[in-house]
Design a protein around this ligand. Sequence first.
Ligand code: PGA
Length: 264
Amino acid sequence: MRVIIKKNYEEMSKEAAEIIKNLIQKKANCVLGLATGSTPVGLYKELIRMHKEEGLDFSQVITFNLDEYYGLSPEHPQSYRYFMDVNLFNHINIKKENTHLPDGKVPIEKIEQYCESYEDMIKKAGGIDLQVVGIGGDGHIGFNEPGSSLNSRTRLVALDEQTIRDNSRFFEKIEDVPRFAITMGVGTILEAREIIFLANGKKKASIVAKAIEGPITSQISASVLQLHPKVTVILDEEAASELKRKEYYKFVYEAEKRIGLKLF
Ligand code: PGA
C-alpha cells in the first residue's frame, strides 16, 4: 500500500484528483469507480476545476458508483444519483448514459437478477480501472457493513446502526434514513485494477489505523484492501494521526519523488 499523508483536506483531494487526471490523460475511455459521502466532495471539486480550467476531458469516461440507498428514487435529494449529479456530473462533460449507479427502486423480487446485471455492466465496460473508496465509521467500504464476506458481490444489504446514525446528518430525522442499500461487494471492489482510499478528519483516525495496520477481518471491510496490489491511501494529518508507521510512509513518499516511481 502507498500511504500518502497530506497536511489537510484540500491537499488530500488534490493528490487524488492528480491520479485520476493522469489516468484520463493516458486512457480517455477509462472506467472509474466512484464513491459518495463527505470525503470525496473536495476531489470532485478539483476534477471540476481541472475540467473548466485545464480542459480535462470526460467525454469518453465511464463511471460506476459503489452504492445506492434502497427505496430512494434518482430524484430524491438524498439519493446517491442526485449527489453525483450535483457534486460532479452536472459540471463536467461526461455523458449521462456513461454514468452508472445501482437503481434504488428495483422491485424486491428482481434484486438478485438486477445486482448480477450491475456486475455484468462493469465487466462489459472492461472492468474498473480505478476505484475511489472512503471508509465509514464502522470500517465499511461501499456499504459493506461489518460481517460482509470478503468475497461478496453486488447485493442488497441492511445498514448497520452506526451507519444509519452517521448518515442521519443528511436527513431531516433519523427515521428517514433508508435501512437498506444496494452495494458493490468487497470482492467486486477488489477486482478494480487500482484503488484510491481516502479519509480525512480526527473522527476517522482510529478506524483508518485498524484498516491499514490491523489484521484483515470481515469486521472491518476496508482492511481487505491490504490484499490488493495497487492501493494508494491518501489521508490528511488528522486521519493519519493514529498510524504507527507514519514516519515510514512519509519517508517512502519522499523517496518516490527522488526516484520518480510509485512504491506500492
Ligand atoms: P463520509 O462517508 O465520506 O461521509 O465520511 C464515508 C463512507 O461512509 O464510506
